[in-house]
Write a protein that binds this ligand. Structure first.
Ligand code: AMP
Ligand code: GLY
Length: 425
């Protein structure tokens, strides 16, 4: 199908990146965003909507004549907004409420992995402080404690301090305690209609707030792709040992997963292990990955949403590198300082290899101000990782954002060849 009208739901950097890539598809006639942010409002028509209100999203999709709705964030998926859109007869890229449990519950995800024989960290589901204490002592330090439900990337504590692990568990309620996984992490995104699955290019993101992976976890402070240190055969191995068994298991349970399956992996000294599943595009990896995708994205997501992915060949990629560095608001991931002004070039448009995606931004009169934790992402593409990161950081240096901060080491080790090649998959 061509001349598609696409409605992108969400308001973060991922949705800005999705809208941008979908709009670049010649088969797409119009893009709408709801609710979007000042960056997306500049480029496409926007509509106020509560992304968690399935009936409102479906009604808006009908009103704008959408052929396809793309749900960006996890929370609408976990409450069934994709189902509401499909019930209104409109194609929707995003899993059903049942399938989104792969992200919505750590315990559910672990159960599926176990039934599917997918390699993951040994774990235990705990409901009481005594169960948590026993699990911590059985697995030993470093301790890994995960809140069972959604937590915007901030529900996981990895620490060698037993008291801190216990305190996090006490604050969370039901938790999963698991064995610590060493080794570099990889994010592999797979677009699937439930049967056919097409992998995107692997990326790596940076979850900790500070340089050198110091400080608490965040939603993600930067990312890059491709991964020069990744072993040959990585994607094929993940497809064969993780993705296809998981999709088969979801189908066997009568709740096929269609949409984007995000596989977070640790490449440990004992082989690959799944760290987590998400049910949607990752943020900020998406901002790095999509600018390199040559296959037109609007028609690709439409095919996944309509069960016709078999008609789409393997995806094709530009042979370049991409880096995104996130500018966050002071005090993130605690309560971020909002209202800080942002001025500088490329805030809305760019004519070179660098562009800016908006996330937690707002307008105060004509002035762009911070309105959330992760505020902007600066994305650069270039023939080498070194050039991409140099260009991204040079562009950040041109911004006047006194209440913002960012990590200065995104993709640094990979660009310098300092990540030891992984040998065992
Ligand atoms: P999750 O929400 O499960 O992705 O966890 C967030 C982050 O915590 C991951 O990206 C890892 O950096 C870290 N993490 C989670 N599980 C483990 C584990 N078993 N061992 C080591 N680090 C982990
Ligand atoms: N990049 C981490 C996430 O999207 O959950």
């Amino acid at each position: 199908m061509t001349d598609l009208t696409v409605l992108v739901v969400g308001s973060g950097g991922r949705e800005h990146a999705l809208a941008r890539a979908i709009a670049a598809d010649p088969g797409v006639a119009a893009v709408h965003v709801a609710p979007g942010n000042p960056g997306t409002w500049h480029s496409w028509p926007h509509h106020a909507v509560d992304p968690l209100d399935g009936r409102a999203v479906a009604a808006l999709a009908a009103e704008v004549g959408a052929d396809l709705v793309v749900i960006g964030p996890e929370t609408p998926l976990v409450v069934g907004v994709a189902d509401a859109v499909r019930a209104a007869g409109i194609a929707c890229f995003g899993p059903s409420v049942e399938a989104a449990q792969l992200e919505g519950s750590k315990k559910f995800a672990k159960d599926v992995m176990e039934s599917a024989g997918v390699p993951t960290a040994a774990s235990r589901f705990c409901r009481t402080p005594d169960e948590v204490a026993a699990a911590l002592d059985d697995f030993g330090p470093p301790y890994v404690v995960k809140q069972d439900g959604l937590a915007a990337g901030k529900g996981v504590v990895v620490t060698s301090d037993r008291d801190e692990a216990l305190a996090h568990a006490a604050a969370c309620g039901d938790v999963v305690v698991e064995e610590y996984l060493d080794g570099p992490e990889v994010s592999l995104f797979v677009i699937t209609d439930g049967t056919v699955a097409l992998p995107l290019q692997p990326a790596q993101d940076f979850k900790r707030v500070g340089n050198g992976d110091a400080g608490p976890n965040t939603g993600g402070m930067g990312a890059y792709t491709p991964l020069p240190w990744a072993p040959d055969g990585l994607v094929d191995a993940v497809m064969a040992r993780v993705v296809m068994p998981t999709l088969d298991e979801m189908t066997r349970r009568g709740t096929p997963f269609a949409g984007l399956l995000y596989v977070g992996l640790a490449l440990t000294s004992r082989g690959m292990r799944v760290v987590e599943y998400n049910a949607r595009f990752g943020d900020p990896e998406t901002q790095a990955i999509l600018p390199l995708l040559e296959t037109p994205l609007g028609r690709l997501l439409y095919a996944a949403a309509t069960g016709t992915l078999a008609e789409v060949g393997p995806l094709t990629w530009r042979a370049e590198c991409a880096v995104i560095v996130v500018a966050a608001a002071e005090n993130y991931p605690g309560t971020p300082r909002t209202g800080g002004s942002i001025t500088g070039p490329r805030l809305y448009e760019s004519s070179d290899n660098v562009h800016i995606v908006h996330a937690g931004t707002a307008l105060s009169g004509d002035t762009l101000v911070s309105a959330g934790g992760r505020v902007l992402g600066v994305v650069a593409t270039a023939p080498t990782l070194t050039k991409a990161r140099d260009d991204a950081y040079a562009a950040l240096g041109e911004l006047d954002f006194p209440t913002g901060f960012w990590r200065t080491d995104i993709a640094a080790k990979a660009a310098a060849g300092l990540i030891p090649p992984v040998t065992s998959l």
